[in-house]
Design a protein around this ligand. Structure first.
Ligand code: GLN
Length: 320
């Protein structure tokens, strides 16, 4: 079915979602990383970026928050760019774990590969793959440059978050060394873990995340900078990774109810990709028990359902 949606319709629906949920007080900030526990729980922002670069934005869309696990998508793109789709499948995998993001059990159950670059194990493994191998500074530069190209502007390290997370990331340290045991860390384990912790501590805005999401939706062409960031053959690969594991053990429920592949982070951000149509991002710190932002989920679901945008309904939507 062919359908046309006007920009005004998207604006109206986004405003409705914002008004409907802005005073929602469900959920709780992440508290296992001290910095995140202290963020104002009332912050709430929405940003939509269309394929022509036009944006629809509400609330705290310019507030810089911890990107956390949404960064896994960006570094997955970097290793896809450096190694190609087949190698990433062989070296990490593309399977949903069905388990929490920091699961050690998932590694034990599937010790032949860390499942997917979008859970902690696969993300640490992905950081170990970033080239040039053995050079932490140059690897970090590659990670940040890639983020900047995807978001259209540079993210900024939140030093306090990095320190807070480095001091408390005992579970992730176990993951890094367990992966080493299974030969799934391709560089120094401590360095790979540090790069992962640092990338999670990057400050990002909903505005920047929506540009990144739109770049994925737009076959790798950043609609803001008009630069081709990655090969278009990689876009469906990254969207499939997001679709299968973006909400960890709740990914099925999320896709079933929202119809949009999306990735969350414990900083409260969610990045959603509607291929060929738009990128959407929402941010609000309080999380549900799986570590997914309550208000960001509600807002994105509302917008998608109200507009009838769903990757599974096969509608060819043009925006006027
Ligand atoms: N840095 C966090 C961690 O590794 C990211 C988790 C998340 O956002 N789900 O625990």
């Amino acid at each position: 079915m062919e359908r046309t949606i006007t920009i005004q319709q998207i604006k109206d629906v986004a405003q409705e979602a914002y008004n409907l949920y802005k005073d929602n007080t469900e959920g709780k900030n992440a508290d296992y990383i001290p910095y995140l526990a202290n963020i104002n729980p009332k912050l709430f922002g929405i940003s939509i970026c269309l394929m022509n670069g036009e944006k629809i934005q509400l609330g705290d869309y310019q507030y810089q928050f911890g990107i956390e696990s949404v960064s896994k998508v960006l570094t997955a793109i970097l290793i896809l760019r450096q190694y190609g789709a087949q190698k990433v499948l062989e070296m990490i995998g593309a399977d949903a774990t069905g388990l929490p993001f920091n699961s050690i059990m998932a590694i034990l159950l599937e010790n032949d590969h860390p499942s997917t670059p979008l859970v902690n194990a696969g993300a640490i493994s992905a950081d170990s793959m970033v080239q040039p191998i053995g050079n932490s500074d140059a690897k970090w530069k590659a990670i940040v440059d890639n983020m900047t190209e995807l978001c259209g502007s540079a993210p900024q390290l939140i030093d306090e978050l990095y320190k807070s997370e480095s001091a408390t990331n005992f579970n992730n340290r176990s993951i890094a060394w367990l992966l080493k045991n299974y030969n799934r860390i391709y560089d120094d384990p401590d360095m790979s873990l540090d790069l992962y912790t640092r990338q999670c501590s990057m400050g990002i805005t909903a505005d920047q995340l929506s540009v990144c999401a739109a770049t994925i939706a737009n076959d790798g062409l950043n609609p803001d900078t008009k630069k081709q960031v990655f090969g278009k053959e990689l876009a469906p690969k990254i969207t499939s990774l997001i679709a299968t594991v973006g909400f960890y053990q709740h990914t099925g429920d999320w896709l079933y109810t929202s119809g949009v592949p999306a990735k969350t982070g414990v900083g409260g951000g969610v990045l959603g990709v509607m291929p060929g149509i738009m990128g959407i991002a929402a941010f609000a710190p309080p999380l549900d028990e799986a570590g997914n932002s309550v208000k960001a989920q509600l807002a994105i679901k509302y917008i998608m359902n109200k507009l009838g945008m769903n990757i599974f309904n096969g509608h060819r939507i043009s925006i006027s």
